[in-house]
Design a protein around this ligand. Structure first.
Ligand code: CAA
Length: 384
């Protein structure tokens, strides 16, 4: 067993750290307050090859491994989780889904610019449209319909809480073709945002990751050509589940970054802040908190890396990605809350960053499968 990163992985980690510190940190508080989408940062990530990190260079990707992806996600999430969620959705849900299950034409047309994050010099990213007003955790209960009309499908319905909702050019849409068949009657489609009948709803006013653009998306008689269906008829639910297994490594790494960011800020603050005649880190009450934080960060990191290693080595990573996500997101929530506590009154105001990390942590327990859904996946595996 090796616990050592390669030269290349270390280089990618450093590039991500530099990018986060130099390009994300300035303005992160303002973007959060104004709910401003970090377009400039995403374009820079595209130039670094981080919007299609694991995609084969033949399709415009950077050809890196999943371990490098975890390292980069951690560094960027330490500073700006609104940037990293956009990166995670494009990499693990959109690009991976298309590269693994798309056909050659779909890859050439859509994957190549998506992996580059740009088309004709303009931002070009994707979104993953599974959630609905009444189908969040219960993803089988899709109500968006895709009626088979021969050489095209007629798409009608509404999707909710869509990350990259207004900034994406391409949507991967999960929809029900045959309600009587349950999960086997579901298909996945590539839909372009500018097609007639597609409309983007108002931006959600969120607690955290306020820079990321989250919208509902509606479809009214949208004609989707048959060649834009991904995989065989009825493959859509499995497509979503398989894709989400990798997505959960991305969100687990985001949670890890929020956790390690909050931990590092807490260490620095407790070295500098004095109370009762000494730095607060000299007080055991604070030391114990820092010790628990450090332990949870380390455990979350190892779990994310293990899931990534399994994915890179073509093993089944469904269980390890759910375990990494539930553990890392709960660690992020706990650590960021304790970070606010360590910072006291300063922790409750914006300049010290930890209150934002605490708000950002919460979503990692909800999206790409709530903690309860992860426990369903883990529990079923235990029962097997
Ligand atoms: N890989 C392959 N196949 C899978 C699978 C997997 N990981 N998980 C399930 N399946 C298959 C099953 O084998 C079954 O196939 P058969 O009918 O052939 O046997 C079929 O899919 C149905 O599976 P289940 O019976 O297990 O389905 P279920 O209704 O019990 O639901 C669930 C299972 C795990 C709860 C699932 O609904 C789920 O994951 N829900 C959460 C959805 C989610 O994560 N949403 C996040 C939205 S995306 C997002 O947040 C992106 C963003 O913008 C940040």
């Amino acid at each position: 067993m090796q616990f050592q990163l390669t030269e290349e992985q270390l280089m990618i980690q450093k590039a991500a750290r530099d990018f986060a510190q130099q390009q994300c940190l300035p303005g992160v508080i303002e973007r959060d307050e104004k709910q401003q989408f970090p377009k400039e940062q995403i374009l820079q990530l595209a130039d670094l090859g981080f919007m299609g990190m694991m995609v084969d260079p033949a399709y415009g990707g950077a050809g890196m491994d999943t371990i490098s992806y975890v390292l980069a996600m951690e560094e960027i999430s330490k500073v700006d989780a609104s940037v990293s969620v956009c990166m995670s959705v494009n990499n693990s849900l959109v690009c991976w889904g298309l590269e693994t299950f798309g056909n050659e034409d779909q890859k050439k047309k859509y994957l190549t610019p998506l992996a580059q994050g740009k088309k004709d010099g303009e931002l070009y990213i994707g979104a993953f449209l599974l959630s609905e007003p009444e189908a969040g955790s219960d993803a089988t209960s899709q109500r968006t319909s895709a009626e088979d009309k021969g050489d095209y499908y007629l798409l009608n319905g509404t999707k909710n809480w869509i990350t990259n909702g207004s900034s994406a050019s391409v949507y991967l849409v999960i929809a029900q073709t045959d309600l009587s068949k349950g999960s086997s009657g579901i298909n996945a489609f590539i839909v372009e945002k500018n097609w007639p009948g597609v409309s983007v709803g108002a931006k959600e006013n969120k607690m955290g990751i306020r820079g990321s653009d989250t919208h509902s998306i509606s479809f009214t008689d949208v004609k989707v050509p048959k060649e834009n269906r991904i995989g065989e008829d009825g493959f859509g639910f499995k497509f979503a589940m398989k894709t989400l297994a990798g997505g959960r490594i991305g969100i687990a790494s985001q949670a890890l970054g929020i956790a390690s960011g909050a931990y590092e800020l807490s260490v620095a603050y407790s070295k500098q802040r004095k109370a009762f005649g000494k730095e607060i880190m000299q007080h055991q009450a604070i030391q114990f908190k820092l010790a628990d934080m450090a332990t949870k960060v380390e455990a979350a990191r190892l779990m994310c890396l293990k899931a990534a290693w399994e994915k890179d080595n073509k093993k089944d990573y469904t269980l390890s990605s759910s375990m990494a996500k539930v553990f890392a997101s709960e660690a992020a929530m706990w650590i960021s809350t304790e970070a606010v506590q360590i910072h006291g009154g300063y922790g409750y105001v914006k300049e010290y960053h930890v209150e934002r990390l605490m708000r950002d942590a919460k979503i990692t327990q909800i999206y790409e499968g709530t903690s309860e859904v992860q426990r369903i996946v883990i529990g079923r595996s235990v029962l097997k």
